[in-house]
Design a protein around this ligand. Sequence first.
Ligand code: XUL
Length: 547
Amino acid sequence: MPLYLGLDSSTQSLTAMLLEIADFGKADPGGTRNRAVIFEHAIPFDTELPHYGTEHGVLPNEDPSVAVSPPLMWAEALDRMFEAIVASGLDLSRLAAIGGAAQQHGSVYMNARATDILAGLIPSRPLAEQLRVVATGDEDTAESVLSRRVSPIWMDSSTSAECREITDAIGGADRLAQLTGSRAFERFTGPQIRKFYKRDPTGWEATDRVHMVSSFMASLLIGGHAPLDPGDASGMNLMDLHTRDWSEEALDATAPDLAAKLPAIVPSSTIVGELAPYWQQRFGLPPAKIVAWSGDNPCSLVGTGLIREGQIAVSLGTSDTLFGLMHEPRVDRTGTGHVFGSPTGDYMGLTCFLNGSLARQRIRDEHELDWDGFSEALRATPAGNGGALMFPWFEPEITPEVRTSGVRRIDLDAGETARNVRAVVEAQMMALANHSRWMGVDIDVIHATGGAAVNGDILQIMADVFGAEVRRFEVGNSACLGAALRACHADVTTDGRDLSWEEVVRGIAEPTDDSAIMPQPSDVETYARLRRRYAKLEPLAISGCSG
Ligand code: XUL
């Protein structure tokens, strides 16, 4: 049985997952017996690589809008990960292919020396030591393989000026969204590149290649510059969503000579190389195929089994996120949702709501409940809450854009415990449903993940508001699992064999069969009406908050 390795280079850690998968379509056609996760390991950066001085994977900075991380930390973690994988004692001669997921939007700036150093990595010396930066005084100008010592990551919000400049040059936010899948966002790579070029023209000139975290990690594995996949490249405000290639117009609006400094964009299932001699000799590994790395969200799409239109995932975490596959690259005219490439060759829509568990917990705490009490309150109140409505913007909200926080209540007194509990959950579910309509997808199944997905009463409201079946989906690390499954898919299909995505995810990235929560028709009708009312009142609530 071949082994497939998935890696996930996220903000706070590097994670690995090894899958053992029998030849598809052979011994057990469509069966699930022959696939298993046989190894999982995580390397948290702060505790295992403390010499980089990160906090939650990010370098402390006095400017709260700046979030940067050291790329060499990610490289050193990769070396350590292979040490751990080898120490597992597993028979790694069976390692067929490796796939990767990475935090989206982050960028790594490499100089012209990188090409030779990557190609000639010496197996007896640690990787990071060979890439090591010798700072030259200016914190952003450095020697060795990096032209910028640090990488700005997705948590950085210091590029508002650049977002405006790029938007103006392209002719407005809507036009940029139509072109690249998203309006300009501070964390997106294009505005970040522009900021570097403006602030450090010498460093920019010394930059030979701008990688994203995904293609940087893949480059380390193959010992050469790896291309990008459309899933991650669509998080840059630089890729033409329709051609899946660089948009000359967007590049021109961002920085001079950018075209020459960017990797190529290749289909997600491309084998971009094989494990470099460095890894083979240092760890006794075979020349495993390396599939193009992608962003963590596109990989999670596969890792949560979302391989057909109509299935979406809703992750109920600190913030709530909704994503799903789309055949067409439709974009959100309101400017809050994103469209990324999907590893299946389709597209994916993603919308993030900041006031998720945050808001649920605030109501729970204000009314001195525990989660059981919260559920009881949901059960004690009817669908539609007798007309009571809440706009639960405890913090400034991303979707819809609400700049000044403030909770709005209609026909609802802040002191009413049970009705406030129902109001917060109904509001969140209606906002999720209303603000995902731009995807143009007829949603029939929702895979619910995240902490609050354990609560069946919340999921029942989700089913009724969406009019869709909800299935609980327990994910350990869906991005990592998705990366391993992508490796498997690419390995099989590159040999010219057929392998459907349905077969790839079957039995391993699927919800448990007994967990379906069905919508109740009469409540679906109630919510269809209420959703329209909610949508109509929302702009008024927003102006109420800012006024
Ligand atoms: C997506 C985003 C985050 C990062 C987290 O747009 O910024 O989800 O990908 O790693």
